[in-house]
Design a protein around this ligand. Structure first.
Ligand code: CA
Length: 447
C-alpha cells in the first residue's frame, strides 16, 4: 500500500515538475539572435528569480524575499528555484477554513486525553503484532543497527510504528510546499524558513531528487518523519548506496532514528522505565520530577511491579512518574525516556514508545490497571485549576491549559497541605476540592 501511494505521488509530482519546467522555458526562453563568429559566453544569471505567481499574493511576496535570503545564504540558483517554483497555497494551511486546532499547532490532545485513551492506538494488537513481525523479519538489520548505534531494536521499531505505522503513512505532501505554507501562515515562519534552507542543502548534497521530497502536513519526512534540519544533523546511509534515503530505504531511515536517539543520550540495554509498586503510606510528593538514586527509591518503599530486583544496567538515577495518579500504574523513568522525548517532547509520546517497544519485544505492560473511574480534566478545566491554584499561592505557572510539571507540583503542594494523597493528578475530583477551597477562601475574606 505504502509503495503504491508513494509512486502515485511521484507521478503527480513529476507531472507538476514537467509543467513547471515548460512554463519556465516559455517565460525566460527568448531565442538568441544569430551571431557571427565565436558564440558569446552567457553571463551568469543574477538578480531575483522570476517565478510564476502561486495564486496567493502573500505567498508571492514571501517567496520573493525568502528567495533572496536563500541565494544570499549561498544556495545554488537552480536549487532555490526548484524548491520554490511550484509552491501553492494549501487549504490546510492558508484556506479560509484554516483552524489552528486542525493543523495541530495548538492541539493539546496529548495532554487533554486520559493516558489510557492516548495509548489505545500505539498499544493496539495490530500495531504490536506488526512491530513484532518487523523485528522477526529482519533480525540481521536490527543486529547491525544495535551494533552500530547502541540503540535497542525495540526502541527503533516502536518509533517507526509511532511515526508512520512502519512506513504505511509517510505523508504525500510536497515538503517544500508545506514548509512554504507554514512560513506564509506566519506563526512558525523562522522555523519553516530554516527547514526550507535545510531542504536546499539536502538537494545540493545530492541525497534526493526534488520530486522525492515528500512529507507529512508539517514537513516531517520519510519512514521515521525527520524534519530537514534533523535529517542534516542525523540522517544515515546504512545500506551503503551513497544516499541518505529516509523516504525509501528502511535501513537508512531506521539507522537515522538510531543515530538520533544515540546522540540524544540513549544507552544500550538500559531501561526507559520500570513499573513499580509503592508500599502503603508512600509519599507521592516524591513524584516531583526530581531524579533520585535507585537506592533512595528502594529505601522509600518502591519495588519492581514484576518482582525481582531493579535491573538497570548502570542507569543509577530515575524520577518517579505517575501517568494517572497514585491509583494508576507508577513508573521510575530513566535517561532513555528523555532520549525518546527528543523525538517528541511529550511524556505521553515517550511512554507510548517505551511501552509499545516492550510489547513488541514480548513484554506487555503495564501490570497495574488504569484508574478509568477517574475523569481527567479538559484543557479549559486545567486552566480553571491553574488559576485557582495560583490564587491560593500554589504556583502552577502560566494558565495555559497544559498540566505540565509545574501544575502537577502545585496540585501536589495543595494536596499535601490538605493531608491528601499528593499525586498531582488533575482529575475532576481534584479540581472540585481546589475550587471548594477557593470559594471557602473567598467567603472567608468577604465575611
Ligand atoms: Ca542509502
Amino acid at each position: 500500500m505504502a509503495r503504491f501511494a508513494l509512486k502515485r505521488s511521484h507521478i503527480i509530482a513529476t507531472a507538476a515538475m514537467t509543467a513547471l519546467v515548460a512554463a519556465c522555458a516559455t517565460s525566460s526562453g527568448q531565442a538568441a539572435p544569430p551571431v557571427a563568429g565565436p558564440a558569446p559566453v552567457p553571463a551568469p544569471e543574477t538578480g531575483p528569480i522570476n517565478y510564476a505567481s502561486s495564486g496567493h499574493a502573500g505567498m508571492d511576496t514571501w517567496r520573493a524575499a525568502f528567495s533572496e535570503k536563500a541565494l544570499a545564504a549561498g544556495h545554488d540558483r537552480e536549487t532555490v528555484e526548484s524548491v520554490l517554483a511550484g509552491i501553492s497555497p494549501l487549504e490546510l494551511w492558508l484556506g479560509s477554513s484554516f483552524q489552528p486546532a486542525r493543523t495541530g499547532i495548538e492541539d493539546q490532545a496529548e495532554f487533554a486525553k486520559p493516558i489510557w485513551d492516548y495509548l489505545r492506538v500505539p498499544m493496539s494488537d495490530s500495531r504490536i503484532r506488526s512491530g513484532a513481525a518487523r523485528l522477526q523479519d529482519s533480525p540481521g538489520l536490527f543486529d547491525a543497527l544495535e551494533a552500530a548505534y547502541g540503540v535497542d531494536r525495540e526502541a527503533i521499531v516502536a518509533i517507526w510504528g509511532m511515526e508512520t505505522s512502519f512506513g504505511a503513512v509517510k505523508g504525500d505532501f510536497d515538503a517544500p510546499n508545506v514548509l512554504a505554507n507554514m512560513a506564509v501562515e506566519g506563526r512558525r515562519t523562522s522555523l519553516a524558513e530554516r527547514e526550507l534552507l535545510a531542504l536546499m542543502t539536502i538537494l545540493g548534497e545530492g541525497h534526493a531528487e526534488r520530486h522525492h521530497l515528500t512529507a507529512g502536513w508539517a514537513g516531517a519526512m520519510g519512514h521515521t518523519q525527520f524534519m530537514p534540519s534533523t535529517y542534516l544533523a542525523h540522517a544515515q546511509d546504512f545500506d551503503g548506496d551513497g544516499k541518505k534515503d529516509v523516504w525509501n530505504s528502511e535501513a537508512d531511515a531506521l539507522a537515522s532514528t538510531a543515530a538520533y536517539l544515540a546522540s540524544s543520550g540513549y544507552a544500550h540495554n538500559q531501561p526507559w522505565g520500570i513499573e513499580v509498586l509503592a508500599k502503603t503510606g508512600f509519599d507521592f510528593g516524591l513524584a516531583d520530577g526530581h531524579e533520585r538514586r535507585i537506592e533512595t527509591w528502594m529505601a522509600a518503599g518502591l519495588v519492581p511491579a514484576r518482582g525481582g530486583s531493579f535491573d538497570t544496567h548502570g542507569a543509577n538515577y530515575a524520577e518517579l512518574w505517575l501517568p494517572a495518579g497514585a491509583e494508576g500504574p507508577k513508573y521510575l523513568l530513566f535517561n532513555n525516556f528523555k532520549a525518546f522525548k527528543s523525538y517528541n517532547n511529550a511524556d505521553s509520546y515517550a511512554f507510548a514508545v517505551g511501552l509499545s517497544g516492550d510489547a513488541m519485544g514480548g513484554q506487555r505492560g503495564p501490570v497495574a490497571s488504569w484508574p478509568t473511574h477517574l475523569t481527567p480534566l479538559t484543557v479549559s478545566q486545567i486552566r480553571t485549576l491553574q488559576a485557582a491554584l495560583n490564587a491560593q499561592g500554589f504556583d502552577a505557572g502560566t494558565v495555559d491549559g497544559i498540566p505540565g510539571r509545574k501544575t502537577k507540583g502545585a496540585l501536589q503542594a495543595f494536596q499535601k497541605s490538605k493531608g491528601l494523597v499528593a499525586d498531582g493528578y488533575p482529575t475532576e475530583q481534584a479540581l472540585a476540592l481546589v475550587l471548594e477551597e477557593t470559594s471557602a477562601g473567598v467567603a472567608a475574606s468577604t465575611n
